[in-house]
Design a protein around this ligand. Structure first.
Ligand code: 4NP
Length: 157
């Protein structure tokens, strides 16, 4: 069982998109039972009195365009003990990775990485909160998740 945690700032756009795109990819390969896949936020901005917001409507619509549901997902904040609970903790941008280091007290590299590194691109997933372009974010995440799954298929035999 490979345990994967995708991380972004709010856990309402990019990391839930990564969670459900990656779940869809492994399901289509018949590999779902080999993975535990989740997503969380570095911030508590989308959580009120312990209750997380659902996936942002435009992110939900973008997933739906590709036949992917994210029903039942509510924002959660990551905690330091997630470092030991997961095999891979994957941030969407470099600020996420800095916050992951702050929360866990561990250095990035090894199990804590940025998604597009797996595609050989040292850049952030474009943030739709600021761009409004959920389709380009979907493409970035698909490219990153495809490369990440290829990496896992090679290294996690
Ligand atoms: P996410 O999007 O990190 O992709 O879930 C954002 C959600 C909220 C904020 C920024 C990005 N915010 O500043 O509240």
């Amino acid at each position: 069982m490979i345990k994967i945690l995708f991380i972004c700032h709010g856990n309402i756009c990019r990391s839930p998109m990564a969670e459900f795109i990656f779940k869809d990819m492994v399901a289509k390969k018949g590999m779902a039972e080999n993975f535990e896949i989740s997503s969380k936020a570095t911030s508590s901005e989308e959580i009120y009195h312990g209750v997380g917001n659902p996936v942002y409507p435009l992110a939900r619509e973008e997933l739906a365009k590709h036949g992917i549901s994210c029903a039942g997902k509510w924002a959660e904040q990551m905690k330091s003990d997630d470092y030991d609970k997961y095999d891979y903790i994957i941030g969407m941008d470099s600020m996420n990775v800095r916050n992951m280091e702050r929360i866990t007290g561990k250095k990035a590299g090894g199990k804590m990485r940025m998604l597009l590194e797996f595609a050989g691109e040292n850049r952030d997933v474009r943030d739709p909160w600021y761009t409004g372009q959920f389709d380009e974010t979907y493409r970035d995440i698909s490219v990153g998740c495809t490369a990440f799954l290829e990496y896992l298929e090679k290294t996690e035999k």
